[in-house]
Design a protein around this ligand. Structure first.
Ligand SMILES: CC(=O)N[C@H]1[C@@H](OP(=O)(O)OP(=O)(O)OC[C@H]2O[C@@H](n3ccc(=O)[nH]c3=O)[C@H](O)[C@@H]2O)O[C@H](CO)[C@@H](O)[C@@H]1O[C@H](C)C(=O)N[C@@H](C)C(=O)N[C@H](CCC(=O)O)C(=O)O
Ligand SMILES: Nc1ncnc2c1ncn2[C@@H]1O[C@H](COP(=O)(O)OP(=O)(O)OP(=O)(O)O)[C@@H](O)[C@H]1O
Length: 494
């Protein structure tokens, strides 16, 4: 593509070395100098660790034929200077990849918890409805049955648009993506043409990145105000909102498009009642503007009912019949690392769950408490270099619902495990000695839980869920809670 065509949508730009620019053809886009190829446009992104402008010369040496930057560089190459790279990049990435999201039915899901689970439910429903699906989220990217690794829940704009382009080439019709607050704040999804924007819930998280809860909320709400700028037929753009969330009104005010609300407590278009929570899954009846039905999930917990309601709302808005939605939801076996049972024949229950916020931990523990009369043993930690204020909050939740809390490490990153655990331990200062223990090493913590477990006890191993690594320092080491639990049970049995 001609550079001049590529940058044509940018309103504010200065062109440096313009005498050379008319002929420049762009063969690829990248913001990583190590990935530059001959004919690349290199985008200089000021990062959190380093400044991409410092790599512009490397990029040119590697074959970049033009630069897009926030300041003029002393390099004899065509340069496009824009006020904000973060805002410009999604726009040119969208153009470079021929506006792929305009050809997709694009569903964006935001909220503190429930995004990944809801994408799985929606994917299943649309597959059963005969549509080819694409999914981008925390666990991976999926196109039909193919899986691809992802670095971020919501990838940076170039990868994101490249992924959408690949989806279009592979004839995907419905794409469902998790939209993180980071992505919204950093404008990663600015080039996306969403058809449905979904809000699951809002609780505390990510205060390492957002300076306050208010800013975190404002970032999330951008998904809904953005819908108003969408390309195409406005009447076909919808919002789906959780009417029970305390922040519902805030998101409703940001959401200028019509759509469905869902809930259990407050008035809602899609409303569940008669909820029965069982270890084998939650059962409920749902009323919708298009009829009522009973649904028997294979996933437990009131929070699973909420995720199912969001998926019902999305699917009904796209014309999927309620009978098909019911059958699909009932067939979903679960989501990796979300309330996932580890069963190798032991006489107690082990559940691995991705809960890593106070709210999600509380939901999971409440669910377990609801159907277990025996002891609850919770193994958990908190991530290093991330929101510190949630540490005592998670400690309090574990103390409240668990008979025994085992406090351990969970991706300590560059922080000292002991000091992370100290922050959590604040919650236990008045707790009885027998109700908690700190064990820095996660494997030993899981082994301890398994060793003390008695018949019908429930062990919850929280925080890592589907993750297959532990991040210590800046290194990722192989680590899987599910495998560690299996090894611990086998060791106990020997
Ligand atoms: C805070 C944040 O968002 N960081 C993201 C950011 O990294 P960074 O700002 O540190 O980048 P940097 O290393 O300073 O590099 C700046 C620029 O210089 C370039 N560079 C760098 C070195 C070099 O030799 N040459 C070169 O060109 C880099 O390619 C980059 O363009 O840009 C990277 C590349 O796109 C991202 O992978 C990285 O996400 C990291 C992994 C991360 O942890 N992000 C989290 C905070 C995040 O975004 N999380 C949300 C969801 C969380 C949730 O819901 O739980 C997500 O959407 O994933
Ligand atoms: N609707 C919900 N409300 C509250 N908690 C939930 C909900 N759905 C799932 N959870 C809890 O949150 C954890 C994470 O769920 P899920 O991965 O679906 O959310 P997410 O929004 O994708 O999270 P993340 O942004 O951290 O990847 C689950 O393991 C479960 O403990």
């Amino acid at each position: 593509m001609k550079l001049m065509d590529l940058i044509s949508p940018l309103l504010h730009k200065d062109i440096i070395n313009s005498d050379q620019i008319e002929q420049v053809q762009i063969k690829s886009l990248t913001s990583d100098s190590r990935k530059v190829q001959r004919g690349s446009l290199f985008a200089c992104v000021p990062g959190h660790t380093v400044d991409g402008h410092d790599y512009a010369l490397d990029a040119v040496k590697n074959g970049a034929v033009a630069l897009i930057a926030e300041r003029r560089l002393q390099i004899d190459t065509p340069q496009i200077i824009v006020p904000s790279i973060q805002k410009a990049l999604p726009i040119i990435a969208d153009k470079f990849y021929s506006h792929p999201t305009r050809s997709l039915k694009l569903i964006g899901i935001t909220g503190t918890n429930g995004k990944t689970t809801t994408t799985y439910l929606v994917e299943k429903i649309f597959k059963d409805y005969g549509k080819k699906t694409g999914v981008i989220g925390t666990i991976e990217m999926r196109i039909g049955e193919e899986k691809y690794p992802v670095a971020n829940t919501t990838p940076e704009p170039i990868s994101l648009q490249e992924n959408f382009h690949m989806m279009v080439e592979k004839e995907v019709e419905v794409a469902v993506i998790e939209v993180s607050s980071h992505a919204l704040e950093l404008h990663r999804v600015a080039g996306c043409d969403f058809d449905i924007a979904v809000f699951t819930n809002f609780t505390q998280d990510h205060l390492d990145f957002h300076s306050s809860l208010d800013e975190y909320k404002q970032a999330k709400a951008k998904l809904f105000s953005r819908l108003g700028n969408a390309y195409g037929d406005y009447e076909q753009k919808y919002t789906v909102l959780n009417a029970d969330d305390p922040e519902y009104s805030y998101f409703a005010a940001a959401a200028i498009m019509q759509g469905f609300t869902y809930g259990i407590k407050n008035d809602a278009d899609i409303k569940a009642y008669n909820i029965v929570n069982r270890p084998e899954g939650a059962k409920f009846t749902v009323d919708t503007p298009l009829g009522s039905t009973d649904i028997s999930l294979k996933m437990s917990g009131e929070f699973s009912v909420y995720n199912a309601l969001a998926a019902i709302a999305i699917s009904l808005l796209q014309g999927v019949p309620l009978t098909l939605i019911k059958d699909s939801l009932e067939a979903v076996p679960g989501v990796p690392g979300r309330f996932e049972k580890v069963d190798v024949g032991q006489d107690f229950t082990i559940i691995v769950d991705y809960a890593h916020t106070a709210d999600s931990l509380e939901n999971v523990l409440k669910t377990i408490k609801g159907f277990s009369a025996k002891r609850i043993i919770t193994v958990f930690g908190c991530g290093g270099d991330r929101d510190k204020s949630k540490r005592p909050l998670m400690g309090n939740v574990s103390k409240k619902y668990s008979d025994i809390s085992i406090i351990t490490s969970d991706n300590p990153r560059t922080e000292d495990v002991k000091s992370i655990i100290d922050n959590i331990m604040v919650a236990f200062k008045d707790a009885p000695d027998a109700s908690y223990i700190r064990i820095d090493d996660r494997t030993s913590a899981i082994e301890h839980a398994v060793n003390i477990a008695e018949k019908d006890d429930v062990i919850l191993i929280a925080g890592k869920g589907h993750e297959t690594y532990q991040i210590i320092g800046t290194q990722k080491y192989d680590y899987d809670d599910r495998l560690k639990a299996i090894e611990a049970v086998r060791k106990k049995d020997r």
